[in-house]
Design a binder for this molecule. Structure first.
Ligand code: NOJ
Length: 559
């Protein structure tokens, strides 16, 4: 099993321009990471204070979810000013210090850019409201007249992603379009001023030393809203082949070609990763080096802990990466989904014919407050450790979500009054929302807010966080934290060419592959033990005895 924790190497910042290709990127959700001033919200100095933790963990980069001024109607994805820091989280000087500290510890920094929509508090939107219909200020957004008598009905029957209508009426009677919350008006990407402003933002952060960008809903920016607008049913029936009025349009890549020129004007070139929920055949367009350069692959977020599903996902995504020339990405959890330790401890998802889960995975359990179906937390944790070693053994880049290195579970028992996610408010009783994976981290088993900060925590932390606290796991060679530290340390040594060769160990529920230089990864998705190939066991997620890997476990070997 996990051997002694590795010694901490102070790593140099990699000078290679393609540092991102196989990077381990750790997602920090700033408001829930560490709180330096005791106001219950995590902040930038809090993250800076934990840079040694991130360095010891061994990550190559962090991705910061939005830290910009925001009313927090959507956890910060409602940005009021793209070139500033929310005063509750710190200052631009604090950001400069964080970037400097991360770089000094060999860690690169990726920030989140939210270009599809602003907050309704953004100066542009306030200007648009004041300026009235037909104004240049309204042209930066998507305003339309309503339908029906006096235009009192919305322009279309479109629904927002978070539930409820996608149009909101303003005082003078016009309506504006919002794909997400009512407080997130969509920008008009046909407007040159909008395009120019985002170039300014990319340069602003690049000049401050930011190394890359995560592009929020990268497939949604450009739209064809020529009249007559289709109905929701017509929209749903339209193919998503680059010509859809709202999604994954070919012309969005004109925007990214312009951004690419900005990225490449820096040394090393700034990187970008697309959050693009598109058909797999369209992923290479975003991942192409003429476009954003890398795209998230979310397939594992929807998969069960299942050998067939994992094998197919790896094969498919390596093939897509070969098409785009980019490296592939692996994601088990992020701030939008039920944590994978929990998903793996619940019954497998019910699936439609195309293999997609019919319900948001884990939603039923969340709606029950965590009581039904029954969570097998231990099994979920065991499988999560196995999945982590599987993913960290793959070629390409791995994105970790804060707390997964602790084996943290989703928090289901958040009282309704404490919930924050707009999905919960806009779809009452249907989707409980994403608060359960955004609860502030437990740094210590005791003390105020489990060491998150000196005040409370902005989302309530459950008592069972004690078990997962960093100080409980630190120094325990069998802990999940030690497993991640050891895996990341070894990965730096073992990761070379982006190559993988499948191995057949004669069992459908066992997936094995070889990487260059004899690095071999075996994952037993079944419950029956499996005999490992001959070789030195470097690391395993559960104890290996006499060369036998137990069920629901992974091992790394040198053969
Ligand atoms: C995707 C982000 O990951 C999610 O958290 C957010 O709610 C939507 N985009 C809207 O910005």
């Amino acid at each position: 099993m996990t051997t002694a924790a590795p010694s901490v190497h102070a790593r140099e910042l990699s000078a290679a321009p393609d540092w991102w290709r196989q990077a381990v990127v750790y997602q920090v959700y700033p408001r829930s990471f560490a709180d330096s001033n005791g106001d219950g919200l995590g902040d930038i100095p809090g993250i800076t204070s934990r840079v040694p933790y991130l360095a010891e963990l061994g990550v190559d980069a962090i991705w910061l979810s939005p830290f910009y001024p925001s009313a927090l109607a959507d956890g910060g994805y409602d940005v009021a000013d793209y070139r500033d820091v929310d005063p509750r989280l710190g200052t631009l000087a604090d950001m400069d210090e964080l970037i400097a500290q991360l770089h000094a510890h060999g860690i690169r920094v990726v920030v989140d850019i939210v270009p599809n929509h602003t907050s309704n508090d953004h100066a542009w939107f306030q200007e648009a409201l004041a300026a009235g219909r037909g104004s240049a200020a309204r042209e930066r957004y998507i305003f339309r007249e309503g339908t029906g008598p006096d235009g009192a009905e919305p322009p279309t029957d479109w629904q927002s992603v978070f539930g409820g209508p996608a149009w909101e009426r303003v005082a003078d009677g016009q309506w504006y379009f919002h794909n997400f919350d009512v407080s997130q008006p969509d920008l008009n990407w046909a407007n040159p001023e909008v395009r120019a402003d985002f170039v300014k933002t990319l340069r602003f952060w690049s000049d401050r030393g930011v190394d890359g960008f995560r592009i929020d809903v990268a497939h949604m920016l450009t739209k064809d809203l020529s009249e007559p607008l289709p109905s929701a049913a017509e929209l749903a029936a339209m193919p998503q082949d680059g010509t859809h009025p709202l999604l994954d349009r070919d012309d969005v890549h004109e925007v990214y070609a312009e951004w690419r020129a900005v990225f490449n004007s820096y040394d090393p070139p700034r990187t970008a990763v697309a959050e693009a929920w598109v058909h797999p055949s369209r992923v290479p367009l975003y991942a192409s080096i003429e476009s954003l350069g890398q795209s998230f692959n979310f397939d594992l977020l929807e998969a069960d802990f299942d050998a067939g599903q994992f094998r197919r996902i790896v094969a498919d995504n390596l093939a897509l990466a070969a098409q785009s020339g980019s490296s592939t990405t692996w994601v088990l959890s992020n701030h939008d989904v039920v944590r994978h330790a929990t998903r793996y401890g619940l019954p497998d998802a019910e699936r439609a014919a195309d293999g997609r889960p019919t319900l948001k995975h884990g939603n039923e359990w969340l709606l029950s407050g965590g009581t039904a179906p029954v969570l097998d937390a231990e099994r979920g944790g065991r499988r999560a450790r196995a999945a982590a070693l599987f993913v960290l053994g793959l070629p390409g880049s791995a994105y970790l979500y804060q707390g997964e290195e602790l084996g943290l579970h989703e928090v289901a028992e958040i009282p309704d009054a404490a919930r924050q996610d707009p999905t919960y408010f806009r779809s009452p009783g249907v989707d409980i929302g994403r608060d359960g994976c955004r609860v502030p981290l437990p740094w210590s088993a005791s003390g105020t807010a489990f060491g998150f900060g000196g005040g409370g925590a902005h989302l309530p932390q459950p008592e069972w966080f004690t078990t997962y606290a960093v100080d409980r796991q630190d120094g325990d060679p069998a802990s999940t934290l030690s497993l991640y530290r050891h895996a990341l340390d070894l990965r730096h040594e073992l990761q070379t060419a982006e190559e993988l060769e499948w191995l057949d160990l004669g069992r459908d529920d066992v997936v094995a592959f070889a990487r260059p230089d004899g690095w071999t990864v075996v994952t037993n998705f079944g419950t029956e033990p499996v005999q490992l190939p001959a070789g030195e066991v470097l690391l395993s997620s559960a104890p290996v005895e006499s060369g036998t890997l137990p069920g629901e476990a992974s091992a790394w070997l040198r053969v």
